[in-house]
Ligand binder design. Sequence first.
Ligand code: TYD
Length: 212
Amino acid sequence: MFITFEGIEGTGKTTQIGMLKEYLESKGREVLLTREPGGSRVGTELRKMLLHVESKDLTSLAELFLYLADRAQHVAQIVRPALEEGKVVICDRFADSTVVYQGYGRGLDPKMLHELNEIAVDGTWPQLTLLLDLDADTGLRRAMTRNMQDGTSQAEGRFEAEHISFHNRIREGYLTWAALKKERFKVADASGTPEEVFEKVRHFVDQRLEEA
Ligand code: TYD
């Protein structure tokens, strides 16, 4: 079972992923947590390149190919082997982030991006994608507070520095894309407490596990 989490900054993905891992382990499943960009060894280097504030001179296309390179390596080296071992793999962001950020955000063609993703993931698509949905104002406020607390502002602040209109576009892009890929996406309102949000996450995961 391959589960991915998506959403704008500050939706609480990390918290939900932690809660889901604990929940699944309590049901006797082995869980691997991973993320993009950066889930593999090479990916850690690519992540630094992609997210540093000094990378703002990256062109949209160069940025795209770095995300795709990260994904191809990550799927082949980390995700697919873990699935083959019978683990549940939970990934913080995956191919849909490319369609939404590079497509709806930066203006590249979402259909072309989906085709490039097909090449990068080589058949390994998630069975369930949880979109944590939140308005951009609230999300950014949460992300800023977090960055100030843990000091990631210089190292990984590139996206948070984007204008609010960019984040609004991303939020809308996610909702549009999720509606186009209904069979895989579940949308959870992320404005409540972590426990409230997790109620919905757990419901969707249980449902998918029963179907499987
Ligand atoms: P991340 O630390 O995952 O952000 P968050 O805390 O919001 O989850 O940072 C990843 C950033 O990279 C995020 O702003 C979205 C962006 N991104 C893309 O633009 N395209 C992609 O394909 C991926 C995987 C991420």
